[in-house]
Design a protein around this ligand. Structure first.
Ligand code: UT7
Length: 325
């Protein structure tokens, strides 16, 4: 049976040039390089320059992805941007990027699922493609999390960074087996009861301010490993593959201890997990495409391999996507 699948034609990444090290943070708040490295695995993160906005990061990642895919902006039917840090409350970052790319047809919109945004975006893009409503989709995860930080709160400001990653997806006819190239399945979940564990204490309808990120880290940590593990199992089951068949786990980069704990719980070697946390920190919706782009660029990810992407974030939201590269 022939079916439509979404295949990744190309991908790109963009990081702002300013590097903020643990040592520099230790001069601002009561923390140390040792604490941050030991408890999180983070050594440095990128921070957007003054005036450099999420749309700039997204646009640069989009240009890289379109060039890598050999696709022109006018071929796109849809742009989806996963972000929790838009330039403005409205319009969407996606429409700003659409204008900068010179794309005058199709549609563009943002989605908000915080750190799970890219996985949610894959689900949205894949469904548009498989329903036949779009043939070629640009999906971007882009964040300026530095703008949501309370720079006096050492429990959060050491964790996050800025960046963007993008993929170009296109419809392709496939056999309908797990040997097909493309997205084999996406699994997304949320539980709104867990709002208070991770949220931003502001917004247009509540405080009329942007607000700051607030997190009960220990509690989030406990949920993360369990939720991610169950989403990984759900994806494997839906696609009819074994977790052991996965060549590379490409997780949301929140904490190296979460990556290690998840690998342990899944019973897979940590050496099959892509980790970029040391240099990127937690870039929310950008972290999965940034990790993917890193592993593709350095040659670890090869054509035909099975990739398991996963994330968990505020809401709570969480999910997974299984892709044959
Ligand atoms: O992307 C969305 C999902 N987010 C996550 O998945 C984050 C999940 N949570 C975590 O990654 C970890 O819980 C954190 C990295 C946030 C915290 O690590 P932890 O091992 O859970 O530390 P803790 O919160 O239990 O704090 C231990 C101690 C505390 O001191 P006391 O009360 O034991 O005296 C904290 O005040 O470490 C202290 N502490 C720090 N010390 C130095 C907290 N932050 C810092 C810091 N530097 N930056």
């Amino acid at each position: 049976m022939t079916i439509i699948r979404s295949q990744v034609l190309g991908l790109g990444a963009y990081l702002p040039s300013t590097i903020l090290t643990n040592e520099e943070l230790a001069r601002r708040v009561d923390t140390s390089d040792d604490w941050i490295t030991e408890r999180t695995g983070i050594r440095s993160r990128r921070v957007a320059a003054q005036g450099e906005m999420t749309s700039h990061l997204a646009h640069n990642a989009a240009l890289a992805a379109l060039s890598n895919a050999g696709v022109k902006a006018e071929e796109l039917d849809l742009i989806v941007v996963a972000t929790t840090t838009p330039d403005e409350t409205f319009p969407s970052v996606a429409t700003i990027v659409q204008a900068r790319l010179g794309m005058t047809r199709g549609a563009a919109f943002d989605i908000q699922a915080v750190c799970s945004g890219f996985i949610y975006g894959l689900a949205v893009a894949d469904n548009f493609i498989r329903c036949g409503q779009a043939k070629t989709v640009l999906l971007i995860g882009a964040e300026t999390m530095s703008r949501l930080m309370d720079w006096t709160d050492r429990t959060t400001c050491v964790l996050f960074g800025d960046g963007a990653g993008a993929v170009v997806l296109r419809a392709a006819e496939c056999e309908g087996t797990s040997a097909d190239r493309g997205i084999l399945t996406t699994q997304i979940y949320s539980d709104g009861r867990l709002h208070d564990l991770l949220y931003v204490d502001g917004g247009p309808s509540s405080t009329q301010t942007t607000g700051h990120l607030r997190m009960q880290g220990k509690e989030v940590f406990k949920h993360a490993i369990n939720n991610i593990t169950s989403a990984v199992h759900a994806a494997a089951e839906a696609a009819g593959v074994s977790v052991n068949d996965v060549d590379w786990f490409i997780p949301h980069q929140a904490n190296q201890r979460i990556l290690d704990g998840t690998a342990k719980k899944l019973g897979v070697p940590g050496s099959r997990t892509i980790s970029t946390i040391a240099e990127h920190g937690n870039t929310s919706a950008a972290s999965v495409p940034l990790a993917l782009a890193t592993a593709v660029a350095d040659g670890r990810v090869k054509r035909g391999q099975l990739l398991l992407l996963e994330a968990m974030g505020g809401g709570f939201t969480w999910g997974s996507a299984l892709i044959r590269w």
